[in-house]
Design a binder for this molecule. Structure first.
Ligand code: 1GP
Length: 240
């Protein structure tokens, strides 16, 4: 069986599905059969055990790998291929950095499937997104500060994944690339505002893995077109 760390290390394109948002069966089928490398299930609000288990069951009709971004112990549904635990580097309080995670482990640590679990060091960089509001993230960062946080995650914490989160807004690709080039061992996930093949390609050339979310719900056809763009970028020798 392939290890979870080897699995996500090979991902170039990922769709993120939110259990709190409706998606018709036909749309879900197209997403799962799109050729994307994986589905991540996650969201910033309204995530429950029931809506997570329901979405997992629907995705499991297909072969695509599926991981859960675990933001609360209540929605810890078994049966995913792997689990990411976000730790928000620039959160306004330690609650979202390590506080909630420690609380959950105090209660459920004995049941954690550690071999399937990876910490995700999050940097939230769009002050308007829900995740920024919920975590009271300090998003007004200079480029050097962003690189400093990244090095902290990569070299001091040895976090396996660094996630630059611009949710709802297309980010600064020069900065994404600069961060990627500064990493020694972490995989760089980029998510935020990818809605066209050009954006998908630019992001894929700047980060290790790109995450496409919102556009699935607003323009399915555009979302599907991002998959081919990333594959073509890889074939053309672009990206990493
Ligand atoms: C959200 O990073 C993902 O957590 C994707 O962002 O929804 O803006 O595509 P979008």
């Amino acid at each position: 069986m392939i290890a979870f760390s080897d699995m996500y290390a090979a991902w170039r394109h990922v769709f993120k599905l939110d259990p709190d948002r409706e998606i018709p069966d036909e749309a879900l089928e197209l997403i799962c059969l799109s050729g994307t490398d994986a589905i991540i299930v996650g969201g910033s609000s309204g995530i429950t055990y029931d809506n997570t288990v329901e979405l997992l069951a629907r995705i499991r009709r297909f072969e695509v790998p599926c991981a859960l971004e675990l933001t609360g112990a209540d929605s810890a549904v078994p049966g995913f291929d792997g689990y990411f635990v976000p730790m928000v580097l620039n959160a306004g309080s330690t609650e979202w950095l390590v506080g909630r995670q420690a609380e959950a482990l105090a209660e459920y640590g004995a049941f954690m499937p550690w071999e399937l679990t990876a910490g995700q060091a999050y940097l939230i960089l769009n002050g308007e997104c829900t995740a920024a509001t919920v975590t009271e993230a300090r998003t007004q960062l200079e480029s050097d500060e962003v690189v400093a946080y990244s090095q902290l995650a990569d070299r001091l914490w040895r976090a396996p994944v660094l996630y630059m989160e611009y949710s709802g807004m297309f980010g600064d690709m020069a900065l994404v690339r600069r961060v990627r080039d500064s990493l020694q061992q972490a995989r760089l996930f980029y998510g935020g505002g990818i809605a066209t093949p050009e954006q998908a390609r630019a992001a894929a050339e700047s980060a290790h893995t790109i995450v496409v979310g919102n556009v699935i719900y607003s323009d399915l056809r555009a979302a599907l077109a991002t998959v081919g763009a990333v594959k073509r970028a890889a074939c053309a020798g672009g990206g990493v």
